[in-house]
Write a protein that binds this ligand. Structure first.
Ligand SMILES: [Fe+2]
Ligand SMILES: [Fe+2]
Length: 381
């Protein structure tokens, strides 16, 4: 098997769009539809409709994750459409963003009516592409996070605490401003408690559709790594280190440009170098955080190393690989394969384990892999 950077799918020239959230755009203006479709191309699947009737039929056939509604539709207006959609039980919870032509008093009235009819947010033209993407992503995440409210208390605390830490890091990482490790530790405490009570499936399900890929991946790694530690007999601080190490292992990815991070298929040499830089970037950031346990740094530093020395960044071999990092590498590869990405749907767990056993035997600690499989069968299966 050739070298890979993070997601082993990046080794293959397989291009799919199965992992994207679907966004419906209802708008009378074909030029605006094209503009939005082009802007969202690499993030979301866009279904375009010009009339309210076509849209209602289409939405019933294929329910989107979010609806964008223009002020003018081919038949009727956007506000009436939002009102209709909100009265269909199947669409009651879908986030709706209303889009108006310009910032004037008429639009202000129209925006107020749209919110009263059930819109969650609005955009005023002309808006920047980043504004469109951030507004959609924010609404999708709010929707996912609202669903956490029905989970048991400890699982809610684990999800809310970790997403808040993650958002905090996203805000400061480019400035290098360090995060006190105590905050990460506090956020991971409910996660470890949920694992030890065998009450954690809601956490894994709760991040499945989160639109912040790096958060969703890191939280899955933190959960499975902490669970792995529990199965291996680790307790207390050791387990806490695994949970925190899992949550923080890829924070440097927040500095990787979207077109590289989410590229379908094989990365070229330059892109691979950029992607691999997430390891030194993560280590640099974590080293600046006061009180960070050495094992958390080691997990971040070594999670892409391979037993045969073909990993990165150091090409460590055999006994040079730390045991916690060996465990982290297994969980990281398993999570990357089974994550939903914009360019691929999630792979079945069984298929991922087969690939790891058959094609990665020179890279992965087989003793730990056997333990990991048994643990998954026992705890998740
Ligand atoms: Fe990584
Ligand atoms: Fe990772």
């Amino acid at each position: 098997m050739q070298d890979y950077c993070c997601d082993p799918s990046h080794e293959h020239n397989v291009v799919t769009s199965g992992g994207k959230h679907a966004v419906a755009l209802i708008d009378a203006n074909p030029a605006h539809q094209k503009e939005v479709s082009d802007a969202l191309l690499s993030f979301y699947e866009v279904d375009n409709y010009q009339s309210a009737d076509d849209a209602l039929t289409g939405l019933k056939a294929s329910i989107p994750a979010l609806i964008l509604v223009g002020k003018k539709l081919a038949s009727g207006g956007g506000v009436e459409f939002i009102y209709m959609v909100r009265h269909e039980p199947a669409f009651a919870d879908i986030p709706i963003i209303y889009i108006v032509e310009q910032d004037d008093s008429k639009s202000a009235v129209s925006i107020a009516k749209a919110h009263a009819a059930g819109a969650n947010d609005h955009l005023i033209k002309p808006y920047r592409r980043s504004m469109l993407i951030n507004t959609i992503s924010g609404q999708l995440n709010s929707q996912v996070e609202r669903n956490w409210e029905i989970l048991p208390q400890v699982q809610q605390e684990a999800l809310k605490g970790t997403v808040s830490v993650f958002n905090g890091i996203a805000d400061v990482i480019s400035s290098g401003h360090p995060l006190p490790f105590g905050e990460v530790r506090n956020a991971c405490a409910p996660l470890v408690e949920a694992i030890n009570n065998h009450d954690f499936k809601g956490i894994l399900n709760g991040v499945r559709d989160h639109d912040n890929y790096t958060y969703a991946h890191s939280m899955r790694v933190a959960t499975l790594l902490s669970l792995f530690g529990h199965a291996a007999g680790l307790k207390g601080e050791d387990q806490m280190v695994l949970a925190s190490g899992g949550l923080l292992h890829d924070v440097g990815k927040m500095l990787i440009p979207h077109h590289v991070l989410n590229k379908p298929g094989r990365l070229n040499e330059d892109e691979l170098a950029i992607m691999k830089s997430h390891v030194p970037e993560t280590v640099k950031y974590l080293q600046a955080c006061a009180d960070i346990p050495k094992a958390v740094l080691t997990i971040a530093e070594q999670h892409h190393e391979k037993l045969d020395g073909s990993g990165y960044p150091y090409g460590l071999k055999g006994a040079q690989l730390n045991e916690l990092a060996r465990m982290a590498a297994i969980v990281d590869i398993f999570s990357a394969l089974t994550d939903r990405r914009v360019y691929k749907p999630p792979m079945e767990a069984e298929k991922a384990l087969t690939i790891m056993t058959d094609e990665m035997s020179a890279h992965i600690d087989q003793h730990f892999l056997k333990m990991f499989k048994a643990m998954l069968l026992d705890a998740v299966g």
